[in-house]
Write a protein that binds this ligand. Structure first.
Ligand code: CA
Length: 265
């Protein structure tokens, strides 16, 4: 059923051969005229950006940010410093673009990358805004990133419950972005690399239409990342597709115990 290609890359962690496999998809959805989301998924960086701003501003912001980050993957220099340097360049690109006069022009950015220190590589999740990284580990789905949004601040201060957050009038208002008028470093969360782990990196167009339970369900039903992203996109569109929908699934498989890898390698 899947028409989304799954890519793979071998990596050794603690002398164990592991295989990373991933797939990503973006769709304009059912209600919006343009797609302001962008994604990039190539070893060792997997990211989603959700642009905002009038006219073409949102598209320019997310595209500029992803393009600057693609360049550091091409250079083979993915680490926190180079990411922050790329974001500074993206902010300049957004500010200098003739079609981005809007004060509100900017983009979210979230994702994961493999960080290579002196020892074994580990994952780093990064986030600016309200796009999200989820991790399915030991059959439990957790949200790794913390949203930078007005609603998240209201929840954290106990003013509203997570249930009240849904459909809240400020549910689209984010408190941090990569944009013409601001430059902030991402929040980072470090995680060990474990066989069996599956990440979902997504824009809010997915989480408006699918609950955590739904995301977990489609991961369980689809061992292949390409099939998983296609199934989640189809469900999000079926549930309304009110916003642009973008998601990337990245998973870690133990090479020696791999049973669900197709013979495509
Ligand atoms: Ca969105």
């Amino acid at each position: 059923m899947s028409d989304t290609t799954t890519k793979t890359h071998s990596v050794t962690v603690a002398q164990r051969p592991l295989v990373l496999s991933w797939a990503g998809v973006t769709d304009v959805g059912r209600r919006r005229e343009t797609n302001q989301d962008a994604f990039f998924a190539e070893y060792p960086l997997f990211i989603v950006a959700d642009g905002m701003g009038g006219h073409a501003g949102g598209e320019i912001a997310s595209r500029s940010t992803v393009t600057r980050l693609e360049a550091i993957v091409a250079d083979g220099t993915v680490e926190r410093g180079s990411i922050e340097g790329a974001l500074a360049l993206a902010v300049g690109d957004i500010a200098d673009h003739p079609e981005t006069t809007d004060e509100g022009t900017g983009t979210t950015l979230t994702g994961v990358f493999l960080e290579f220190g002196d020892g074994d590589p580990h994952w780093v999740a990064l986030n600016i805004g309200d796009s999200r990284v989820y991790l399915l580990r030991d059959d439990r789905l957790v949200q790794v990133t913390t949203d930078h949004s007005v609603v998240q601040e209201l929840i954290a201060s106990g003013k509203i419950s997570p249930e009240e957050a849904e459909g809240h009038p400020y549910s689209n208002v984010i408190t941090r972005a990569v944009g013409a008028s601001e430059l902030t470093a991402p929040d980072y969360v470090s995680l060990d690399v474990r066989a069996g782990d599956r990440f979902v990196i997504c824009s809010d167009g997915l989480t408006k239409e699918l609950t955590d339970y739904g995301i977990q369900h489609f991961l369980r039903e689809n061992a292949d990342p390409g099939a998983a992203v296609d199934a989640m996109l189809a469900a999000a569109l079926e549930n309304g597709g009110r916003d642009n929908v973008t998601l990337v699934v990245v998973q870690v498989t133990d090479e020696s115990s791999s049973t669900n890898e197709p013979a495509a390698e």
